[in-house]
Design a protein around this ligand. Structure first.
Ligand code: PLP
Length: 438
């Protein structure tokens, strides 16, 4: 049995070992990277996998009759199973490669805009196409990429968005499910599993159940969930899941839209072009089956190689063990802000410690009246990278009646030592602004 001190040393040395996989740290030895919610650093196996594609294969997939093309195709296609396992998706789910969460949601929104009655066998609310008076349910805490595509769709269909209210602690108010929304024609509910501002891990069960009872489609934006504890379809049986590769240490410009194959089979494509067709005549085109129907043109082959490596790396026991300890660093960061007299946005330390609210390692805060941009700029002078602004969540800022926050976000490679340096740097900023601080 390890003593507590041994356990701590053990986990600290595990993190040090993990950091050795990230070339970023040898190129930037003095940098403290606390902006992983924007994008995660890339481990060496991901870089190797991308290089492997470009150096040893470099060819196009699917249409080549030669073996190199077949090899690249095999890796590209079999990665879909890697993603299925990652999401705990059943065999009858299909994995579509997109450019990221944003493209995944746009793809789905535009497809749902064009579908007529074909979805009725799967979703009873879809016995008519999306149209006048229909309701799309989002929340006030969504990222703009889960708001703007739907606003475009409502403009085109005269449907409406209902925004679930967000509470002061970042949790979603589900009372409208039994109230205002009860008798409304809800066709779509699209919610993030984890907020990129409050870090709240939303309890989606009631919303999913509501969607099922209504015969509506439930979509999960898992952009942050996949890098904070992971997203499992077993726990949250949604109809569609979207996420981005770069948030888990994969390359940029690759993401996933996952959904049931039979449902995707009745959806019209988003983009037209090569690879997504069965036959083209002068009169019309017959579309390929999913997933190819939704992957027009030469796909992001090198990016899929990199994404596969990112998922395989993240599911190594080393990473899983460190990820399971994220809450330690999260509460430490919250304690630091609180100790310095800052304002935390989202759940309180008590709510997190008592497990009343589950929170990922994303900590939004302000230091009194000091503008968050000043905090970010001054931290940069000390080689500490954080994000400041509205975090693409202007509705959340409006709900909380603020214009911006500073945000520290953590990933596997962050350490307690880094947070202590952050504390010291924040203390200096407070002093600079004339605050009396120990
Ligand atoms: N949804 C959430 C919750 C996010 O945090 C982000 C990015 O920060 C997105 C969606 C958009 O992801 P991407 O820009 O990779 O498409």
């Amino acid at each position: 049995m390890l003593t507590t001190t041994q356990e701590k040393t053990h986990s600290a040395s595990r993190v040090q070992h993990l950091r050795s996989y990230y070339p970023f740290f040898s190129h930037n030895p003095n940098t403290i990277y606390l902006d992983s919610a924007a994008t995660a650093l890339k481990p060496k196996p991901v870089l190797d996998a991308i290089l492997d594609y470009y150096e040893t294969k470099s060819v196009n997939i699917h249409r080549g009759v030669y073996s190199l093309s077949a090899q690249a195709t095999e890796i590209y296609e079999s990665t879909r199973q890697v993603i299925r396992n990652f999401l705990h998706a059943p065999e009858n789910w299909e994995i579509i490669y997109t450019r990221g969460t944003t493209t995944s949601i746009n793809l789905l929104a535009y497809s749902l805009l064009r579908v007529k009655k074909e979805l009725a066998p799967f979703f009873s609310a879809w016995h008519t196409p999306l149209g006048k008076g229909d309701i799309i349910v989002l929340s006030e805490s969504e990222h703009h990429s889960n708001i703007v595509p739907w606003q475009i769709i409502t403009e085109l269909t005269q449907s409406h968005i209902y925004f679930l209210p967000v509470r002061k602690n970042g949790t979603l108010d589900d009372s409208p499910l039994a109230g205002e929304l009860k008798n409304l024609p809800v066709k779509i509910i699209s919610l993030a599993a984890v907020s990129n501002v409050s870090g709240v891990v939303h309890d989606l069960k009631n919303f999913i159940e509501f969607a099922k009872n209504k015969g509506a489609i439930f979509i999960v934006d898992a952009a942050q969930a996949v890098c904070h504890g992971g997203f499992s379809l077993r726990d949250n049986p949604a109809d569609f899941v979207a996420f981005s590769g770069h948030k888990i240490g994969g390359p940029t410009a690759i993401g996933i839209l996952a959904g049931r194959k039979d449902v995707l089979s009745v959806l019209p494509p988003f983009e037209g072009g090569g690879d997504m067709i069965l036959q083209v005549t002068k009169e019309k085109t017959t579309y390929n089956e999913p997933p190819h129907r939704f992957e027009a043109g030469t796909p992001p082959i090198g990016e899929v190689f990199g994404l596969r490596a990112a998922v395989e790396f993240l599911t190594l026991p080393l990473c899983r063990e460190i990820m399971a300890q994220e809450s330690e660093l999260t509460t430490m960061a919250m304690e630091i802000i609180q100790e310095l007299g800052g304002t935390l946005y989202g759940p309180s330390l008590d709510e997190v410690n008592s497990a009343k609210v589950k929170k990922a390692g994303i900590i939004a805060f302000n230091l009194g009246k000091i503008h968050p941009n000043d905090v970010g700029t001054l931290l940069d002078e000390q080689n500490i990278c954080i994000r400041t602004g509205h975090h693409c969540c202007q509705l959340l800022m409006q709900a909380w009646q603020i214009s911006a926050t500073a945000r520290v976000s953590l990933f596997l490679y962050n350490t307690k030592e880094e947070l202590l340096l952050l504390k010291e740097a924040l203390r200096q900023i407070l002093r600079l602004f004339g605050k009396k601080i120990q």
